[in-house]
Design a protein around this ligand. Structure first.
Ligand SMILES: Nc1nc2c(ncn2[C@@H]2O[C@H](COP(=O)(O)OP(=O)(O)OP(=O)(O)O)[C@@H](O)[C@H]2O)c(=O)[nH]1
Length: 571
């Protein structure tokens, strides 16, 4: 770039010259006047600095704007191991809100319900478990802000507790641990806290930042504290939404009702939906005919944090589909149609390029600019699992951090595959075989799933990926050889070698090298490959052909033309 004068640079950056002179003073760059030329490196430093400052200003302005928006209630999902009390807790919360209302009021299942407290409102997703949660996440929607991980105090942390934690973390939800069933005589909340600490979640009472609340979903003990903690966390996180923004929501559930037709339960995340609005959710579209809230009230409009039942979709939307407002029917139809087409095209494409090797997974990571290698580990025993984790803990490098989302004893499950898919992780299993259905699911979803018999094979695989093999490795594969038997010169001066293919095949588009007395004397590409004057794509062993090379015209009889290609070595 040409040297630039100060006043020119000021113009380029849209600043007053005086402003730029002041900036240069601050930077300690010397100049005589506003007409002085700047060193290229100084000019570049100014550009960078101005860009940075502007970015910062924009961020501040954005933060300022956000702060002026009204708060919205936190959206909470309840997760945990089987029988640890998720449903009981949801029932308790639901009942507490029903009790608040007039007796006799009907309630409607709309996929989520609100609990109002003097400190604020909390929205609970009405389905427990992480399967539903993952299905929603898979479609890219973020629904829950906070995940309450229920752990029974008599049972402690169990495999699905760990899965739930992994899923919630992968979704970027904040965690709150509810130690449940503390009413039971055999309850041992301290043991659960120790187990949490072993996993790096140090409760606040021990100086950490993990929120742990003892509760009984049966008696209601501690549930109020849980609600307060949720609201406190929500305040800290400062959840806000703009009721006047373009409306956006997410489908929580949908079903076909014999009488009402298609019913979709939607959580509004931004803006306000109104009866009569045209909407698109994934590949489904429609016009909102009616909305009903959890109290069974017909709603004309629904703003951020409201869960409502929506009538009017033409087709069943999927849980997790994002609901968008569109101006009219034409747009709605067109967008839905486009998405269908896009999905089909994508499916075709995905079939062709699913990460099957570690190198491919890494390349995908790099393309996305990610620096973490997400892994799900499965092993036959706790001992081997710990050994693997212990070794892998040392394998992170500055470039790639190994992030173990889940480490569990037992064969990989379908739920692992879903987690791996949403978090772009690989599943590595040691000494356990995934069931056929899980393998199939991994295939379908393009998730890398590998089984190892030797711990060090597994570790090596990861190590190679992280260290040496960040770039895909190629090896050469010789495709065939042809011997030069006669040499012809074309009127243009170009040589053509009359050859016999003595081994393999010579494809037209392969790379080739010329060997003379076993030495490579030239390497490049084929310019022409002919049989009896006909251009051909490939010549097989035992056939004669004429080969012209691109940039080589010095054949001698007895030269060997070797065709080869570089193939990626699966990591
Ligand atoms: N004593 C006691 N029992 C509880 C408590 N919470 C749940 N239970 C009991 O534990 C059992 C399982 O509770 P659920 O709420 O069905 O557990 P869940 O986690 O929803 O189970 P799944 O839906 O099967 O995953 C039931 O018999 C509940 O009555 C509690 O706080 N104290």
């Amino acid at each position: 770039m040409a040297k630039v004068r100060i006043y020119q640079l000021a113009k380029e950056l849209g600043m007053e010259t005086q402003e730029l002179l002041e900036l240069l003073d601050q930077m300690g760059v010397a100049y005589k006047s506003h007409a002085s030329t700047l060193e290229e490196k100084d000019a570049e430093a100014v550009r960078e600095l101005v860009k940075e400052q502007r970015g910062l200003q924009e961020k501040l302005a954005e933060e300022e704007r956000r702060k002026s928006l009204p708060r919205r209630p936190p959206v909470v999902v309840i997760m945990g191991h089987v029988d640890h009390g998720k449903t009981t807790l949801l029932d308790y919360l639901r009942k507490s809100r029903i009790a608040e209302k007039e007796a006799g009021g009907i309630t409607q299942h709309v996929g989520a319900f609100e609990v109002k407290t003097p400190q604020g409102t909390v929205v609970f997703i009405d389905t427990p478990g992480h399967e539903a949660f993952t299905t929603i996440r898979q479609r890219g929607a973020k629904v829950a802000d906070i995940a309450v991980i229920v752990i029974a105090a008599d049972d402690g942390i169990m495999p699905q507790t760990e899965e739930a934690i992994a899923h919630a973390k992968a979704a970027g939800a904040k965690l709150i641990f509810a130690i449940n069933k503390i009413d039971l005589p055999q309850a041992d909340p301290e043991k659960v806290k120790r187990q949490l600490m072993e996993r790096g979640f140090v409760p606040e009472e021990y100086g950490g930042d993990a929120i742990v609340i003892p509760i009984s979903a049966k008696t209601g003990q501690g549930v109020q504290d849980l609600l307060e903690m949720i609201l406190l966390l929500a305040e800290l996180e400062d959840y806000r939404a703009d009721p006047n923004a373009e409306p956006r929501g997410v489908i929580l559930e949908s079903k076909l009702d014999k009488q009402a037709g298609i019913i979709a339960n939607m959580l509004v995340q931004e803006g306000t939906f109104r009866v009569g609005d045209y909407v698109v959710a994934g590949e489904a579209y429609g016009r909102i005919r009616a909305m009903m809230d959890a109290d069974g009230n017909q709603r004309k409009e629904a703003g951020p944090g409201s869960a409502v039942q929506v009538l009017g979709f033409q087709e069943l939307p999927h849980a997790g589909d994002v609901v968008e407002w569109v101006p009219d029917l034409e747009a709605a139809k067109e967008i839905a149609e486009e998405r269908k087409e896009e999905r089909k095209a994508r499916e075709e494409e995905e079939k062709a390029r699913r990460p099957r090797t570690m190198a491919e997974l890494l390349r995908a990571m790099q393309e996305e600019g990610r620096k973490e290698l997400n892994l799900i580990l499965r092993a036959d025993t706790q001992g081997s699992l710990e050994a693997i984790q212990h070794i892998l803990a040392r394998e992170s490098t500055e470039d790639v951090k190994i992030n173990i989302l889940l480490a569990q004893v037992g064969a990989p499950t379908e739920s692992d595959v879903l987690l791996a898919q949403t978090a772009n992780a690989a599943i590595l299993a040691f000494g356990v075989n995934p069931p056929g259905s899980v393998k199939k699911k991994a295939e379908e979803k393009g998730v890398l799933l590998k089984t190892f018999r030797i711990i060090y094979d597994l570790v090596d695989e990861v190590r190679n990926m992280v260290k040496g093999q960040r770039e895909p490795q190629y090896k050469e594969e010789v495709l065939g050889q042809a011997e030069v038997r006669a040499i012809f010169r074309l009127p243009t001066g170009k040589q053509v070698a009359g050859c016999m293919v003595t081994q393999g095949r010579i494809p037209r588009n392969a790379e080739v090298r010329v060997l003379r007395d076993g030495q490579v004397i030239w390497q490049g590409r084929i310019a022409s490959l002919k049989r009896f004057k006909e251009d051909v794509r490939e010549v097989a062993q035992g056939y004669e052909c004429g080969i012209g090379l691109d940039g080589f015209d010095d054949f001698r009889e007895g030269d060997v033309i070797e065709a080869f290609q570089m193939v990626e070595v699966p990591a």
